[in-house]
Design a protein around this ligand. Structure first.
Ligand SMILES: [Cu+2]
Length: 351
């Protein structure tokens, strides 16, 4: 090889893998108390053994970017078995996320379970490939009430910190709470009951709720719904959320008084009061402070506001985004006297 430049290029071509490594994330695994996790690693190739690098990423939202991998081989066309993977592969204990990396194609699945006196009670986990980790996702079908609890967890799949916004939606699909979360480089958030994850203080009906997240780094995210009676668990992987929030619009706030048998609406910040009608623009954030003055009344503005009961003197505050144009009737939902059935009004949302 007389030309040193061509020689150097040939050496680079041999040494540098042509394909990017594929990563697969198991969002949570454990070998602690009665919990164990079994993992399977599949090599689809008929001809070639693969070498997989395995990373144990402990929970606690610590910086795991410097974790050293443990390599293992999977022969051609084989499924490698790691029962109690945290202990058998890593020689460790506790709760952790797992990351597997390989220049060749492969797949990982896992089952996390509790050992009970009469057998095992567990749930299946799909390994999340690099291109399936999400910056915008939704975790649906969650339940947090007397009958069920929901744990939610995250693994940051990138080597720098993730800035995340969590938004919890209640049974009526209204926003219950928005909460910020920072996940350190390759950090793992342990499964956390959704009320605690959102910072507590939740009073909304969460018997059917869902969580959306927006992050500047790709996340492997899941929920786990647990029946409080039987401890039966269901693993809920995050789905992609393609929704794009419209630009922030004006806030329109109104004080509404209810008395037999009409509503009086007064714009906050000036403007004339009206009876039984008010108008906003599509995209406005609408805030209503509703107060009954004489007897108990109700207020319902479908689909934006579910039925509320108004005790005299107590102000009920509701907020929503007027995302749909049109005319929406509001009605009194508490029998308040002879004129009750005619006690209603309308909100107009201009396009
Ligand atoms: Cu009424």
């Amino acid at each position: 090889m007389r030309n040193p430049v061509i020689f150097a290029i040939l050496v680079l071509l041999v040494l540098v893998p042509t394909a990017d490594a594929k990563d697969v994330y198991v969002p949570i695994a454990g070998s602690v108390g009665v919990f164990r996790t079994d993992a399977r690693i599949f090599n689809p190739s008929y001809t070639k053994a693969i070498t997989v690098q395995a990373y144990l990423l402990p929970v606690g939202n610590i910086d795991n970017a410097g974790v050293t991998p443990i390599p293992f081989d999977v022969p051609a066309r084989q499924m490698k078995v790691y029962d109690d993977v945290v202990s058998s592969l890593f020689g460790a204990a506790g709760l952790a996320g797992l990351r597997f990396s390989c220049v060749d194609d492969f797949a990982v699945t896992a089952r996390i379970y509790a050992q009970a006196s009469n057998g095992k009670l567990g749930q299946f986990e799909v390994g999340v490939a690099s291109d399936e980790a999400l910056t915008k996702g939704a975790i649906l079908q969650l339940k947090s009430h007397a009958d069920n609890r929901t744990n939610v967890g995250f693994q940051n799949t990138e080597a720098s910190a993730a800035t995340v916004t969590l938004t919890l939606y209640g049974k009526d699909n209204a926003v219950v709470k928005t909460s910020p979360l920072t996940i350190r480089a390759r950090g793992v958030i342990a499964p956390t009951e959704i009320s605690a994850l959102m910072g507590g203080g939740l009073t909304a009906d969460l018997s059917d709720c869902w969580l959306s997240f927006e992050s500047d780094k790709a996340l492997a995210a899941y929920g786990s719904v647990v029946d409080n009676g039987t401890t039966d668990p269901t693993f809920v992987p995050a789905v992609a959320d393609s929704g794009v929030k419209p630009p922030q619009q004006a806030t329109k706030e109104f004080n509404i008084t209810a008395r037999q048998f009409q509503y009086t609406i007064t714009p906050v910040g000036g403007g004339a009061s009206t009876t039984d009608a008010f108008t906003v623009n599509k995209g406005d954030k609408v805030i209503l402070n509703i107060t009954a003055q004489d007897v108990t009344h109700g207020f319902q503005l479908s689909p934006y506001v579910t039925s509320r009961s108004l005790n005299p003197g107590n102000t009920v505050r509701v907020e929503f985004d007027a995302i749909q144009a049109g005319t929406f009737n509001f009605v009194c939902t508490v029998s308040c006297g002879t004129g009750h059935v005619g006690m209603n009004g309308k909100m107009t949302v201009n396009p």
